[in-house]
Design a protein around this ligand. Structure first.
Ligand SMILES: Nc1ncnc2c1ncn2[C@@H]1O[C@H](COP(=O)(O)OP(=O)(O)OP(=O)(O)O)[C@@H](O)[C@H]1O
Ligand SMILES: [Mg+2]
Length: 272
């Protein structure tokens, strides 16, 4: 049984309704690293929120581990496209907030066990801080003292620290400069190998998708007014050799621009 099963899912918004997703089906096995590509507005973030359980489809079903989930839980870590940190908490408190809330209700916060666990969460938070390339001295800073890229990395650490079985990342590296982005790509690939997590990763960058994913899925509209469907579902050769990349990039770009002949094929080809 696939870990995530998206069955004939359709979504429409607005009045009159405008279709966003049209009978999208995908089966994702445990341990896959699936990158989701598609032009802006094609419904990538919507699909991620559906898998998170933060939204429900108008038609079709999403099964995670064989069940429909009506709300997020800690099995699914999420790095939203528009992440927001708690402005009144330090970097360290932002990172440890999730596990503390998940494990301890308000009353349980006065017990010695809470303080022991809290020390452990803080130790782990420092470890992630280092892995995402921040300094120990950044732990005491507040979000408004950080650059956009640093804030984005803290949002990634927030999702990683709960060690979710499924990680949903929505353009999680978009605010990073090329060097930092490469470092984060290496980190996420390593974490994926170490933990066996299943990752669904939205990006606009075809090269990034091919470097990271075991599989790349392209969402696109068949007609300008229709909802998006899966236009291409491409396994990435392992290892993906440098000379394979230009051919694969061309296939991915032509699938994602197929409904829009005016769209530049380079819309997704930002290099890294
Ligand atoms: N809550 C909502 N209410 C109304 N319309 C919405 C809502 N969420 C998304 N949409 C619309 O659905 C479409 C798909 O949005 P979505 O954010 O999923 O696209 P996307 O592929 O993630 O785009 P981008 O690459 O720009 O992030 C857009 O036209 C958007 O305006
Ligand atoms: Mg989006």
């Amino acid at each position: 049984m696939p870990l995530i099963e998206i069955r004939d899912v359709s979504v429409a918004y607005g009045t009159p309704t405008r279709p966003v997703l049209d009978r999208v089906s995908l089966a994702i096995e445990e341990g896959e690293f699936v990158c989701l590509l598609g032009q802006t507005g094609c419904g990538k973030s919507t699909l991620l929120r559906l898998v998170l359980g933060a939204e429900r489809p108008a038609a079709g079903r999403i099964l995670v581990d064989g069940r429909v989930h009506h709300q997020p839980d800690r099995t699914r870590g999420y790095v939203p496209q528009k992440y927001s940190l708690f402005p009144d908490k330090t970097v360290l408190d932002n990172i440890t907030f999730g596990p503390e809330v998940c494990e301890f209700g308000l009353a349980a916060r006065l017990t010695p066990r809470f303080f022991r666990r809290r020390r452990e969460f803080r130790r782990q938070a420092f470890e992630y801080l280092q892995r995402i390339g921040l300094e120990p001295s950044d732990a005491a800073k507040y979000p408004d003292q950080l650059s956009g890229g640093m804030q984005q990395r803290v949002a990634i650490a927030q999702a990683l620290i709960t060690r979710p079985r499924i990680l949903l990342m929505d353009e999680a590296f978009s605010a990073l400069d090329p060097g930092t982005r490469k470092g984060m790509q290496r980190l996420i690939r390593q974490l994926w190998k170490d933990t066996g997590a299943t990752i669904l990763f939205v990006t606009h960058n075809t090269h990034e998708a091919l470097r990271l994913g075991t599989r790349v899925v392209v969402l696109a509209k068949e007609m300008p007014d229709s909802g998006s469907r899966v236009m291409l579902d491409l396994p990435v050769p392992e290892p993906c050799r440098d000379d394979d990349i230009p051919r694969l990039v061309r296939r991915l770009e032509s699938a994602s621009t197929s409904s829009d002949p005016l769209a530049p094929a380079s819309a997704l080809s930002e290099k890294w």
